[in-house]
Design a protein around this ligand. Sequence first.
Ligand SMILES: *[C@@H]1O[C@H](CO)[C@@H](O)[C@H](O)[C@H]1NC(C)=O
Ligand SMILES: *[C@@H]1O[C@H](CO)[C@@H](O)[C@H](O)[C@H]1NC(C)=O
Ligand SMILES: *[C@@H]1O[C@H](CO)[C@@H](O)[C@H](O)[C@H]1NC(C)=O
Ligand SMILES: *[C@@H]1O[C@H](CO)[C@@H](O)[C@H](O)[C@H]1NC(C)=O
Length: 295
Amino acid sequence: MQLQLLGLCILTIISTGESVKMVQLNIPGVVDPRQEKVMLRCEYELSPGETLYQVRWYKDGNEFFRYAPTFNPPGEDFNVTGVRVSRVDSNDTVVVLLQHTNIQMNTETEVGIGGTYACEVMEDRPSFDTKYDMGNLTIAVLPQQNPALGGLRSHYQLGDVLEAECTSAPSYPTAELTFYLKDIQVTKALTRQLPDSGRIDGKVVSSTRLELSLPLQREYFNASGSLSLTCRSILPGVPGAPYRDTKAVVSLRANNEKLAQEAPADSSSDVSVLVNSLFILTVVSVVLCSRHLMF
Ligand SMILES: *[C@@H]1O[C@H](CO)[C@@H](O)[C@H](O)[C@H]1NC(C)=O
Ligand SMILES: *[C@@H]1O[C@H](CO)[C@@H](O)[C@H](O)[C@H]1NC(C)=O
Ligand SMILES: *[C@@H]1O[C@H](CO)[C@@H](O)[C@H](O)[C@H]1NC(C)=O
Ligand SMILES: *[C@@H]1O[C@H](CO)[C@@H](O)[C@H](O)[C@H]1NC(C)=O
């Protein structure tokens, strides 16, 4: 062991090709715009025997902070749009960004701290070997609930128009809503986007609503007369944000005459079962994922 270590040291001294062993940038992927301080951490390991020359930080390719332990003061920040460094909180492995506390996120032109960050670690002379790592930071407030799906009845007849309304939970940016019938996306022509809530209570988050008017056809229901409708909310431009689904199941009215005559095209063998079960079909309305559904 001792011998190996000695060997390593000798190797390091005679080899000028050694470089920083590793650099790993640790940043929060999603940051709430209301968070005042955001810590980015750059972990690195110098090659044996080497000392640190400097660490440089970039946002979207522009250097905004440099830390060189032998300089006085060691930390220096540069004017990069959207970034403000707290110098007292920053050191060789950590940089702390300050966000505007009273942020007005309404304007598209608002430049926040969201972007691609890189940290570059350079060893001291003679090698000045350098390694870097990159990562993305996105400004967002993830919704805390699934969307609310309302306006539905438990039973419908063929020819009825199913009306539904889906409301997203507050988020930043505003969610995008989509209806799915079974697993197929409902065409936009059948939906109507209602104006979003605006910034709720003057805060950064807002919610949005989407209405559906769907003239019912037999093929929307399965063999036992159930129709499954899902409202999905996604956060646009927030990679890694999970989508949220709320699903509701409604039924064809048991005494629907048309239903008995119109067998579903894809399951002709099920017709007798279907007709038999028609009269024992009871109210089935299941709400998954959400308690917001009101009948
Ligand atoms: C930073 O740069 C912007 C324009 O690029 C300029 O308007 C602003 O005054 C600069 N701030 C400082 C502190 O130099
Ligand atoms: C740099 O700051 C971080 C966070 O405050 C702290 O954990 C770390 O020990 C500091 N490093 C040095 C070398 O002071
Ligand atoms: C960061 O985002 C850009 C697009 O904005 C993408 O091309 C890149 O792969 C992302 N990098 C990481 C590390 O996720
Ligand atoms: C029809 O859909 C309902 C609700 O999703 C389900 O419980 C039932 O098993 C389905 N029936 C058939 C025949 O697929």
